[in-house]
Ligand binder design. Structure first.
Ligand SMILES: Nc1ncnc2c1ncn2[C@@H]1O[C@H](COP(=O)(O)OP(=O)(O)O)[C@@H](O)[C@H]1O
Ligand SMILES: [Mg+2]
Length: 251
């Protein structure tokens, strides 16, 4: 069953057509990669999923509900979370303090300030933070300062913070960009573990083909603002249209 459905999406910036009749369908519980040369329209498309950009025409639905017209925080409340290229963590706090923050926050971004409610919920919140760290294998690093972590562990911490929001769909924009091979492999392993444990649907924008072919169950290839192929990884490798797009692109 498809959870994220993009139909005939068009987006122009002035005279430049960044997205042209884009169609894409992400199946629930799968990892779907969106690849393509620089300037293909990947970030523009992702921004249309999170309310940062509004398509000129076309539809984007999540779980059957249109995301168009929703504000970014409303989209987040429906269960869509985004992981940025650089982990969004609080460098001077400990690992545990970092993960406590989203556990305290409610879905609308506000915090639980009612002291009576807070007392009742405090134990639950600490339980949740502990579980999130266990889920990403970081429980033994809970007292470390976030800035002292390796790039791969920073990504693990960020994922724990993201999981605390109980997302149904994770959007990942080049989650391994700038990482050394060991950290990249650590991140691949992490995403596989999370998907295995929680069956969260993931849409991953990625340049690194090692990551794409290690993770993706389905791949959409964007070129010049349009999806030229959507297929299984084994059919993408060596596909003439894909090779042509990459050779013709800036990548
Ligand atoms: N805010 C913007 N204003 C004008 N042009 C933009 C803007 N954002 C992206 N573009 C252009 O749209 C095209 C697609 O960009 P982008 O979605 O960033 O590609 P990708 O993420 O695949 O590298 C590019 O030609 C880019 O220069
Ligand atoms: Mg981009």
């Amino acid at each position: 069953m498809s959870i994220l459905e993009v139909q005939n999406v068009n987006k122009s910036f002035g005279g430049l057509k960044a997205l042209h009749n884009v169609n894409l369908s992400v199946e629930e519980g799968t990892i779907h990669a969106i690849i393509g040369p620089n300037g293909a329209g990947k970030s523009t498309l992702l921004n249309c999923f999170i309310g940062k950009l509004i398509p000129d025409t076309g539809t984007v639905t999540f779980g059957g509900k249109s995301l168009l017209g929703m504000k970014p925080h409303e989209i987040n409340q429906t269960g869509v979370s985004r992981v940025f290229q650089t982990p969004e963590i609080f460098a001077d706090l400990t690992v545990y303090e970092n993960v406590l923050i989203p556990c305290f926050a409610k879905r609308d971004g506000s915090f639980c300030l009612n002291p009576l409610k807070f007392v009742k919920r405090e134990a639950d919140i600490h339980d949740k933070a502990q579980h999130m760290l266990e889920d990403v294998n970081m429980a033994d690093k809970r007292h470390m300062t976030a800035s002292s972590l390796s790039r791969g562990d920073k990504r693990r911490l960020e994922m724990a913070m993201c999981l605390a929001q109980d997302p149904k769909l994770l959007l990942l924009d080049e989650p391994t960009a700038g990482m050394a091979r060991a950290d990249t492999n650590n991140t691949i392993e992490l995403l596989r573990e999370i998907q295995g444990k929680r069956h969260i649907t993931m849409a991953v924008i990625e340049h690194d083909m090692h990551v794409v072919f290690s993770l993706a169950e389905k791949i959409s290839v964007l070129a010049q603002g349009t999806v030229i192929v959507e297929d299984l990884p084994e059919n993408i490798k060596g596909h003439p249209k894909v090779q042509e797009a990459y050779l013709g692109g800036a990548h």
